[in-house]
Each structure stands twice: as structure tokens, then as C-alpha cells.
Write a protein that binds this ligand. Structure first.
Ligand SMILES: [Zn+2]
Length: 143
């Protein structure tokens, strides 16, 4: 049964409306035996995620991709690939395509940070560039 990765776009609502629209580009992997049902299955996953999150809306299935793997993921395993044909320079392409105008600190703009777990040791705020250390027994006793 082939594995697919899918890139899905969501729009999040903010708690107080102080920060402009927040979009999430999310990538998931799926093991699906019927390619003709793939888009429906991805859409169901996307709607479930939006429902469970409670503050976002599924906007669009951007693309999906059949992965070249047996389902056992290796380090460096490609989960999604999309080629872009453009006349832009690398600098202009990255600035326009990976544009990030989030605030440096949303708390200075009457917002409340909304933390999500980024790594085992770090939280990031959805609305700005702030991060904070996750307090674990290990790093509490070290400080
Ligand atoms: Zn923040």
C-alpha cells in the first residue's frame, strides 16, 4: 500500500483579533490503498484537524505526493517535493515564497502568546517569533 504526503492549507482565527490572518501550511503522511479516494481521505483528515483544533478552517488541499518508501522512514526521507519554475533569483524567490511578517513579540501588541510544542525542549508562539524553553525535570534541576 503506497504512502503519500499531502500539503494542506489552514486559516487560523486569533483569540482577540489583534493579529492579522494566520495561515498554516501543514504536511501529513497517509497510507492509502485506493488513490481514487485519496483526496477525500485527505480532506477528511483536514476537516478533523480543523474541528479538533477548534480555531482554524481547512482552506485547500495544496498538493499530494506518492512517497518512494515502504513506510519505514529513514533519516532524510523525503516526504514531499514540488518543483517551481520561475525567473526570480534565489533571493527574490525565497523572500516572496517564504514570506514571514509575523511580529517579533505579539505581547507588545495587546496579544496573548499562543504556545505550541515545537521540539521536545522548546515552545513557539503561533502569532510571533517568540520561543520559550519547556520546563522539564531535567532542565529545572540543571538551572
Ligand atoms: Zn506571541
Amino acid at each position: 500500500m503506497p504512502w503519500y504526503s499531502a500539503k494542506i492549507l489552514f486559516k487560523h482565527k486569533t483569540k482577540n483579533g489583534e493579529v492579522k490572518g494566520l495561515f498554516e501550511e501543514r504536511m501529513i503522511v497517509l497510507n492509502v490503498d485506493n488513490e481514487s479516494k485519496l483526496e477525500t481521505i485527505i480532506t477528511d483528515f483536514a476537516n478533523t484537524y480543523a474541528e479538533e483544533t477548534g480555531n482554524c478552517k481547512f482552506i485547500e488541499l495544496i498538493d499530494y505526493y506518492e512517497m518512494d518508501c515502504s513506510g519505514i522512514f529513514d533519516n532524510g526521507q523525503e516526504i514531499f517535493s514540488k518543483m517551481y519554475s520561475t525567473n526570480l533569483t534565489a533571493d527574490k524567490f525565497t523572500k516572496s515564497h517564504y514570506f514571514d511578517d509575523r511580529l517579533n513579540d505579539c505581547s507588545k501588541h495587546n496579544c496573548v502568546h499562543s504556545w505550541y510544542k515545537h521540539t521536545e525542549n522548546k515552545y513557539k508562539c503561533y502569532y510571533c517569533r517568540k520561543t520559550k524553553q519547556i520546563r522539564t525535570k531535567k532542565n529545572i534541576s540543571a538551572s
